[in-house]
Design a protein around this ligand. Sequence first.
Ligand code: F0G
Length: 464
Amino acid sequence: MARTIIEPFRIKSVERIRMTSRDERERLIRAADFNVFRLHADDVMIDLLTDSGTGAMSASQWAGIMRGDESYAGSPSFYRLETAVRDILGFTTVIPTHQGRAAERILFSVMCKTGDVVPNNTHFDTTRANIEFVGATALDLPCNEGRDLESRFPFKGNMDVEALEAAFRRYGRDRIPLVMITVTNNSGGGQPVSLENLRRVAAICREHECPLYIDACRFAENAYLIKCHEPGYADVPVREIVRQMFELADGCTMSAKKDGLVNIGGFLTTRDPELARREKDLLILTEGFPTYGGLAGRDLEAIAIGLDEVVEEDYLQYRIASTRYLGEHLTSAGVPILQPPGGHAIYIDAKRFAPQIPPLELPGVALTVSLYVIGGIRAVEIGTAMFGRTDPESGVETPAPNELVRLAIPRRTYTQSHIDYVVEVLREVYLRREEMRGLRFVEQAPFLRHFTAKYALLGEPSSS
Ligand code: F0G
């Protein structure tokens, strides 16, 4: 039996990649004030900025787009989505939203009030922001291995269950309206959560009669990693693992832009009819009637089909193998990465990659600039530009705990030779890492500054 894992699809429709030269890219990145978010996507050759909404839909999803029914109320496409969610995730109430953060906003507006605390393994930034927006506190409780970039523990996404018990003792059930767990843990490196950990978290929640919600964006990748690494699950079908994961939860928020295999969409689920009623009232206010949320009927149809395709084991085997392939090749080239490779992305440790650049000189941003200039690759900094804080009074800047650069892999979009190219470019950048230069902020917004910031190379005036 051949061992090569091939892409389990053929390509029917292609998108041209515009080739650019290094000189052109030097000019373009300067014109973008060294912030890759400010580039035109046409000027990027391999776009690894995010795996969210950037994947390729299948021929059956495109067929579903044509079949999508655009009725304002009671669209058959909604009922197809409802059936898919019930069959795969086991929830009977589905509230469609235009993307994951809209589901979060509705959930936390209904469940949280000022002074509440929401524990999670690690909140994604929109989740945290939506909790803080209603005056509550987002509490990250990653397991110890999850804090160590080099540990190869296979379930670094786990929640620290003792810390969860301590949180209940400290704040009391009255201040904890719900517990969340993010699968896979994106902000913690795309690392999975084991079923054993999910069961322990669910048991603690049950003991306190506290609802448990899953942030389900990458649930299928998490389930496949359970199959690969958790003792006892090698022969259990992924669909069954998914069923066991969600049976532990009272509801979920979902960005279908990830494991829904679509370009837009999301949903919220709950088992509590009274909560569902209040959530639907809010949905009508900002997203739309409950059988379409913020989406077109065709989007609902594409999500229903995507949910079914994402739990196919051939797809997941290829998906996880291709991320691991990138991680392993970078590791053998000496590039320091967060270990082990996660489900949807590889995270480069820019602190160890370019130790000559101190955190306040933004080594992660410097690496995104080099990747673009040398190879036309776009990655995202997850370090001091994203999470560092400037004291508004003193102007003193506190760096983020880690300086990471994420290479997120869009689903079913790039082939192995694209990934080989990424490895080759990174090898080149790594060999020339001493030439990398730090940057400074020229302009920044008061929040979420990394999206729009302008930077300049140290020692140079700003270009705009
Ligand atoms: N939760 C997690 C774990 C996420 O990774 C994301 C999005 C969201 C919620 C919000 O979903 O974008 O549909 O509103 N992550 C993207 C990323 C943006 O690049 O990792 P959304």
